[in-house]
Every structure is written in C-alpha cells, then in structure tokens.
Ligand binder design. Structure first.
Ligand code: GLY
Length: 376
C-alpha cells in the first residue's frame, strides 16, 4: 500500500492508495478509533457497483451502518440535498463519534464533506473517491462545498477528512467522459506545478488513454503527493500556493456556470480553462510582461497537444458537440462570471497563469480587455 501523509498538526491524516482495497474501508475506519455509527453517503450510480462491498467491510468491523443514496450529478450539490442529509443525520441520531463516509466522485465528496462540516458544528468524514477527478483532487485537502445558481462551490467550508482510501482499480469502470474529465485535473497539476510529470504524461499518452493500471496508480499517487505538499503548506489558501491548484479553474467555473451545472463535466471545463489561461499569459507576454516570457507559441501548442491527445477539448467551438446544444458563451457573460470567482478580491480579476512548464503564478488585477481578448 502507498501511504501519503497530509501533515496538518491535529488535523493530519493519511491517503491510502491500494488496488482492490474497497473491502478494507471498514478496517481503515476502525483504525481511526472511537467510532460508533457510520453513515455511508453515495449516489445511485456508485451504490449498485460498490455499495455492497464497502457496506460489508464496515459491518464486518462491528460498526453500525446506515446508507444514504443521492441522485448522481452536479445538481445534487444543492442546499436542498444538503438539507435532506442534515435531516437524515438528525433522525439517525448521528453524534460527534459518528463518521460520514463519502463513496463516490467529486459531487458526493464535496456535498458529504459540507454536510459533515456543518452538522452539529462539524463531525468526521472519510473519503472513498471512485472517479479519477476525485482520486487526484477533490477528495484530498478538505475543500467542501455546494453550488449556488450563480456560482459553483460558492457555499462551503474547509473541513479536512479523517482519512482517504483510494482504489485505482475502480477507474476501469468509469465512462470515457468521466475518465477524461479526471485527466483534465491531471494535466492541471502537470502544466502548472510539475514539468517532469508533464513529460511523463506526454511519453505515456497511449497507456494513459488505455487506462494501464500501473500508469494509473503512478498518476494518482503523483497528483496526491503534489496536493499533499501544497495543502500541508497552505491549508486555507492564504499564501497563494494552494491557489495554484486552481489553474484553469477561473475560466473553467465560468464555462460550467454559463453552460449549466452537470452539462459540462468539471474536468472538461478545467482543460478548456487551462487553454484560455495559457492564451491570456501569451497575450500578456506579447505585451512585454517579463513574467510570462517563457509562454510562447510552442508552450501553447505543447499543452494543447497533450490535452487533445487525452481526448479533451482545446477550443470553445467544440462545446456544442460536447454538451449537445449551443451554449451562450458571449465573452461579456464569461468575463462577468470570472469576477465572481472566489479568487476575485474587491471585484478585481485574478487568474492562475502559467509562467513556464510546470510553473504558475497567481496574477492579480488582470485587465478586462485582456480577458475579453482570449475569448475572441
Ligand atoms: N481543487 C483545488 C484545491 O483543492 O485547492
């Protein structure tokens, strides 16, 4: 088993990565100690696949178990579904010794984490991520949230899980779209924070596309290690380091909001957002901004080539065929949404932009005209 620690003082925990490990969830929970009741939150896609093996592993350790199944999809990251779950926890007499287990992708993890963060002013939760996106990013680091109609992840809390157990074998059962969406986050790590990792992906595109189990285990571990390093140094995104994990996200969230939650998968939006961030950096470079001098046409082509080799979009023109309708992606609309992003301060437009291969910076106060230009 590969164990990656997240060092956060009394909030420290381990990410355990091991193939075929879903039947060990109960062992990991029991090892946390002092657990009375477990509430397993999952969705109606994941429950038929892995609900039984995880439930059995929990009951086998002598823990009391209840299961809550939510509808699959981004629409469930809502106040209505959170309210239902709060009520279920109350009816089940969940207390501070109970543990919520999130079994599923980013929606289940973010929502369950938010419910755990807020119920009784905070109870423990444990992440068992089943999508690539959740395994490499959202299950680690304690960001929990629900969406508002005007903005993704706008209501939430930092609340670290008490553990994360990752079984990379489950990635074999993902749909092509869900798998590619996770690759959008993988490219984000490589392009913005780790040049060696970027080259490793370039050299192994075929194996990645074919979901070679060894490559997948390496990718998941590498992303979790990067995230562990970042989160251990900047848990609450105050120094600017953790903000770098939002490469591609400011544009990406705007696209998701405009197109409609659940219609454009988050990782696709991040991939397109990364392309737009690179275009913005290139524009600033061509105006003589020294910070971006390494971002030339060759850099842009290199990132685009990797993104499209992994089956992800690199142009806004591809959106209609991905979502099945003509979204209203008017530049003014998209720019307005980037200013409600959580990185915005006092209405100023802030972006994570590339400054080299595997290097990025949080850039404050970008001019609206420059942002408008990248959409044209
Ligand atoms: N997904 C970015 C972060 O966790 O900070």
């Amino acid at each position: 088993m590969n164990v990656i620690p997240i060092e956060l003082g009394e909030r420290s925990y381990d990410i355990e990565i091991e193939s075929d490990s879903l039947s060990r969830v109960g062992v990991s929970l029991a090892s946390l100690g002092d657990a009375s009741r477990v509430v397993l939150i999952t969705d109606d896609n994941v429950e038929p696949l892995y609900g039984e093996v995880v439930s059995n592993s929990i009951v086998d350790r002598g823990l009391d178990l209840d299961v809550a199944v939510i509808p699959a999809g981004e629409e469930s990251k809502s106040i209505e579904v959170a309210y239902e779950l709060w009520n279920q926890l109350l009816n089940l007499k969940v207390d501070r010794r109970s543990i919520v287990v999130a079994l599923g992708g980013g929606v289940v993890g973010d929502l369950s984490g938010f419910v755990a963060a807020t119920y009784a002013r905070g109870i423990r939760y444990f992440q068992v991520p089943t999508t690539l996106l959740a395994q490499v990013d959202s299950s680690v680091g304690g960001k929990t949230a629900i969406d508002l109609p005007q903005g993704k992840n706008m209501v939430g809390a930092f609340h670290q899980p008490c553990g994360v157990l990752i079984d990379p074998i489950v990635l074999q059962s993902l749909s092509v779209e869900q798998y590619r969406a996770g690759l959008g986050e993988v490219v984000k790590y490589a392009a913005s924070l780790d040049a060696d990792f970027f080259e490793m992906l370039e050299n192994n595109v075929d194996s990645v596309v074919k979901r070679d189990p060894d490559i997948l285990a390496r990718i998941v571990a590498r992303c979790c290690q990067i995230k562990a390093n970042v989160v251990s140094q900047d848990e609450r995104e105050t120094s600017g380091l953790r903000a770098l994990l939002n490469y591609g996200h400011t544009f990406g969230h705007a696209l998701e909001t405009v197109v409609g939650y659940g219609k454009l998968l988050h990782g696709y939006a991040v991939a397109l957002g990364s392309v737009l961030a690179a275009k913005l950096a290139f524009r600033l470079a061509s105006r003589g901004d020294e910070r971006f001098k390494e971002i030339d046409q060759a850099w842009i082509v290199r990132q685009n080539n990797l993104i499209s080799a992994l089956g992800l979009p690199t142009t806004l023109q591809e959106l209609p065929s991905i979502v099945g309708f003509e979204p209203n992606i008017a530049p003014e609309n998209l720019v307005a949404l980037t200013s409600t992003d959580k990185k915005a301060v006092a209405g100023k437009l802030n972006f994570v932009l590339p400054v080299g291969l595997g290097k990025s910076e949080l850039v404050r106060d970008v001019a609206v005209e420059d942002v408008l230009a990248v959409f044209n």
